[in-house]
Unconditional design. Structure first.
Length: 364
């Protein structure tokens, strides 16, 4: 048999049908594509950036990188509790980014069967992780304005009986949040676990972490990627220790490395400064939204995250013309039928946003 025939025979058909998560090669221009904290770029050479880099360098110099990491990561978890207000009664599960947390949850709940439900459009990794674990993925479409269709969602929950429901709050890639009443209705209707993905909590100012004790089937997932640690790769899940202890059983024994733990712990010592960056991005997000509204034929959607989803008359053409000017955004037009002609613009520094707006004025 040829290699192709071996692959066709041995790799599960549903995996063959998947598309890998698209990642853009390194970009040397203005990169406002993946919701990173551009304030910390070395090229900006700010006092904050230098101080954090110097602190990490000192800590890494003394790190026992020749030894396996402590899987319990006590120093890092203590710092997460101290800086992010995670209750001592709640367990914490660490992952190499939220992607790994999603994979671990999927393994624990779905492997060999079971249904996962998510609102769409949303984070593509939910689907890929479910399929990788031989689970069944069900997407429930949002309304045309990206609001939640609660009746359709509750009907799907009743019909599909999912073991796992993902709710992104605020939603990626649309940027909007759902009401507390809508989310509570989903949690109460769910026959299994509901996880609120709060990757963009630093920009939204609202969290479901205060409601964890109100429901027996609710956990919260977050990441440090959006506030300056995208390259460190650290996501975490927290809530009732009974849930966390069960999911922890499928975690790789040394999944978060020594250097990850050290860098994240040091960065959290600067959390007040990272929060200041988040506040700057919120202000810049509002300015960007207002300026985009002034452009002819352009429809930005209100956002509580660190990006603004924007519809253009011809998004593909605008995307290419921005690239030609050294500006990279995310073209999501093919992601879902509701996303036609949309670009997701991450909030960068004021200088980067000014360059973007000037380029758009020339293009349009």
């Amino acid at each position: 048999m040829t290699k192709s025939e071996f692959i066709a025979k041995t790799i599960r058909p549903e995996v063959q049908a998947l598309k890998a998560y698209p990642v853009t090669p390194p970009w040397t221009g203005i990169k406002i594509e993946l919701m990173e904290d551009n304030h910390l770029d070395a090229a900006n050479n700010t006092a904050t950036s230098r101080a954090m880099r110097d602190a990490i360098a000192r800590a890494v110099a003394d790190a026992a990188f020749n030894r396996y990491p402590d899987p319990a990561a006590p120093a890092l978890k203590a710092k997460l509790r101290e800086k992010l207000g995670i209750s001592p009664e709640h367990g914490i599960l660490l992952g190499s980014g939220s992607d790994e947390v999603i994979s671990m949850v999927s393994q624990a709940l779905l492997a060999g069967g079971g249904t996962v439900l998510s609102l769409e459009p949303s984070f593509a990794v939910f689907r890929n992780a479910a399929v990788a674990c031989a689970g069944r993925y069900v997407g429930v479409s949002l309304n045309a304005d990206f609001s939640l269709d609660l009746d359709a969602t509750l009907a799907a929950i009743q019909r599909e009986q999912p073991k796992l429901i993902w709710v992104v709050y605020p939603n990626n890639p649309t940027g909007n949040s759902y009401s507390d009443e809508q989310i509570e209705a989903i949690v109460r209707a769910a026959p299994g676990l509901v996880i609120i993905d709060e990757a963009y909590e630093p920009f939204a100012g609202r969290s479901w972490s205060t409601r964890l004790n109100d429901f027996p089937n609710l956990l919260v997932m977050r990441t440090l990627s959006k506030i300056g640690l995208a390259g460190v790769r650290l996501g975490y899940l927290f809530g009732a220790p009974e849930w966390i202890n069960e999911i922890d059983k499928v975690r790789g024994p040394f999944n978060v490395g020594v250097l990850q733990q050290v860098a994240a712990t040091v960065m959290l010592d600067h959390y007040d400064e990272l929060k200041r960056h988040a506040a700057l991005m919120v202000a810049e997000r509002e300015r960007l939204f207002a300026e985009l509204q002034k452009l002819p034929g352009v429809t930005p959607f209100p956002s509580k995250a660190n990006f603004v989803l924007t519809r253009f008359p011809d998004a593909a053409a605008v995307f290419e013309r921005l690239k030609a000017r050294g500006i990279l955004v995310r073209n999501l037009s093919a992601m879902h039928p509701l996303m036609a002609n949309t670009l997701r613009i991450s909030v960068g520094t004021p200088t980067e946003m000014e360059a973007l707006l000037n380029a758009l004025k020339e293009i349009l």
